[in-house]
Design a protein around this ligand. Structure first.
Ligand SMILES: Nc1ncnc2c1ncn2[C@@H]1O[C@H](COP(=O)(O)OP(=O)(O)OP(=O)(O)O)[C@@H](O)[C@H]1O
Ligand SMILES: [Mg+2]
Length: 252
């Protein structure tokens, strides 16, 4: 686990002695039809089980970086390794498999299926990945594990069978968190998941997410522009400090 004091932003590399969950080297990414790269990152790594707070202003490229880590887009230059796999060398199919098996996503807009119940949304990753299904079933059935996670995240049992689209934003957020956590993926990337919550609920939510990630040995990359949450994490990284594109004014 990291030994860095919270709030330190000068260490882009994961602490030594730990297998890397994510390792980025010499990365450049440019959106189509944009004159300059949005991201140029020399080095950035996250250790297994490490919980990193990635901070940066709106438009600075945080969601873009998470998409690259998830293998949703490919960089024009450089290397992104996820659990030792070089994403650029994998076929699209194998990248999808790696993501389904090993990466939990907590999206800025949640991306729940509105007509499915809260419980079935949480169970979705176990239908796409036999590995996550098996991991969710270690101590109980996947359904019981989904219920445990929803209970942990303080969603009342009465809401478990309601369509996700009928839940409040804060409730949907907790369903999305349980969905990212189920089956103990090695990595969770969380994209600004607390922006809809008031300050007190934000802290509570982040604490629970961190506790569950720690229990699962899950590395967490948590993106936010709200510095108040940084103290809860093993390490804080300022995107501007690792992104050379920001220095040259290329990023918005
Ligand atoms: N699909 C896209 N096509 C073209 N440009 C894009 C696309 N998505 C994002 N961008 C551009 O890339 C830059 C970084 O966007 P990104 O969404 O990664 O920022 P962000 O840090 O996540 O911002 P926010 O905090 O508002 O979510 C912005 O200049 C944005 O306009
Ligand atoms: Mg974003």
């Amino acid at each position: 686990m990291a030994d860095a004091a919270p709030g330190r932003s000068d260490r882009n590399m994961a602490p030594a002695g730990n297998g890397a969950a994510i390792r980025i080297a010499d990365l450049a990414f440019r959106w189509p039809r944009q004159p300059a790269p949005c991201l140029e990152i020399g080095e950035f790594a996250v250790a297994a089980g490490e919980r990193v707070f990635l901070h940066g202003p709106s438009g600075s490229g945080k969601s873009t970086l998470l998409g690259l880590i998830g293998g949703v887009a490919l960089p024009e230059r450089g290397r992104i390794e996820v659990l030792g796999n070089d994403l650029g060398r994998l076929s699209g199919r194998r990248r999808d498999r790696l993501r389904a098996d090993h990466v939990g996503f907590l999206f800025q807009q949640f991306n729940l299926l509105p007509w499915l119940s809260a419980l079935d949304n949480v169970l979705l990753p176990t239908t796409f990945s036999a590995l996550r299904k098996a991991r969710a079933a270690v101590e109980r059935s996947p359904r019981e594990e989904a219920e445990r996670l929803l209970g942990r995240l303080d969603l009342a049992a009465a809401d478990w069978h309601r369509p996700a689209g009928m839940l409040s934003i804060g409730q949907q957020q907790r369903v999305a968190a349980a969905r990212a956590l189920i089956g103990r993926p090695e990595i969770i990337v969380a994209d600004e998941p607390t922006s809809a919550l008031d300050a007190e609920r934000q802290q509570l939510f982040v604490d629970l997410l961190l506790q569950e990630a720690a229990a699962g040995g899950t590395a967490l990359v948590f993106v936010s522009h709200d510095h108040r949450l940084a103290a809860h994490f093993d390490r804080t990284v300022e995107l501007a400090a690792i992104n050379r594109a920001a220095e040259t004014g290329a990023a918005a």
